[in-house]
Ligand binder design. Sequence first.
Ligand code: PMT
Length: 421
Amino acid sequence: MLAKVRILLGISGGIAAYKSAELTRLLIKAGAEVRVVMTEGAQAFITPLTFQALSGNPVHTHLLDPEAEAGMGHIELAKWADLIVIAPASADVMARLTAGMADDLLTTLCLATEAKVLLAPAMNQAMWRHPATQRNAQQLEAYGYQLLGPDQGEQACGDVGPGRMLEPEALAALIHQAAEEKNGLANIADQQVASLRGLLAGKTVTITAGPTREAVDPVRYISNHSSGKMGFALAEAALNAGAKVNLIAGPVQIKAPEGVDLIPVQSAREMLDASLSVIASTDIFIAAAAVADYRPASAADQKMKKQPGQNDLVLHLVQNPDIVATVAKHEERPFTVGFAAETQDVEAYAADKLVRKNLDMIIANDVSRTDIGFNSDQNAVTLLWQEDGALVSESPEQAAKQDLAQDLVRCIASRFHQEKH
Ligand code: PMT
């Protein structure tokens, strides 16, 4: 069944467009909600009225159609779709999608959507076999688009060969499978979140995230590339585990998860003050922030002026307080988890910090890599802790920070309950 699945059916120019009427009927019959988008070329083969009658929804044909924009504009349409199916997909529309063009409604929607895009190629066999089309097909699959067919067989032009659009029944079955997979993935994500539920019920988790800014003068500061994504993902995962979450965040561009108690700070000293202000009620403290180890000994009151002939400037820096180490030696110390941002001998340096800072766990990441760590959407980490006097390590698969954070919270909660409560 396709109950409530929202399918945006794109129709481009080709004789196979007449089969898309039957495909629309089958999708509606299976319970899907269908909205049709037609290219200029498609309208030469079949009228929008046919699809309006079959889908029960207005057919969208122009990118900046005032009427359509007044209703469901193209961006909302792109967000509305659970799946985008282009059937038939002509050689031209495949080429324009490969180039990332947005010169009509259909290509604009494909650029604007985060939904899965399925394409049912339909064209003359020589056009399908042309290296340009083959290259476009490969590139579209590399983008994550899914090609449905094409089929082999007799063609309207009399040729026989590859390039014939799959029959509506076969397309409907493949669309159903794609919808199932999507629901499956959604279910897996829901299952992951559900598996966290209750792990930290009634507990308070305090997380530091993002960079700190150490003022040089009123307009200049020392900082780093931390985006806050890792810490914010941990905050979301801790919320999913049922915890009350204090999120102490340096200046970042991302939005805090709904439901956290956000405490925005600028400098390391402000981050320390904020951490100590909530320590008494904190059960677990996770220091994901990239705290500046040093700050200017004194920030100038006025913007520092360049002195004529002065070719260099010396800044006298002094050490910042070590926040996580201060928390870890506090008389009301919570279960304390640190991070280690290393560029070499990652696990060795992390193991050293675990002991030196008196931490319960440490999460090590190699920040010399550009695909993980600072300001990236993915991370790859190793968790380290002491168990019965022995160093234990666990390395979850590299993953998106949101997914990795769920694994980390699961591990932290497990150790917390073993160690403390
Ligand atoms: O924010 P993102 O863009 O998502 O990037 C994530 C991250 C790379 C910042 C994160 O995964 C990470 O590694 N955070 C720790 C960065 C850091 O400062 O690591 P460190 O090895 O220098 O510090 C070790 C630990 O001491 C950290 O828990 C840090 O928060 C803490 N620390 C460091 C210095 C200081 N003065 N006070 C501290 O609390």
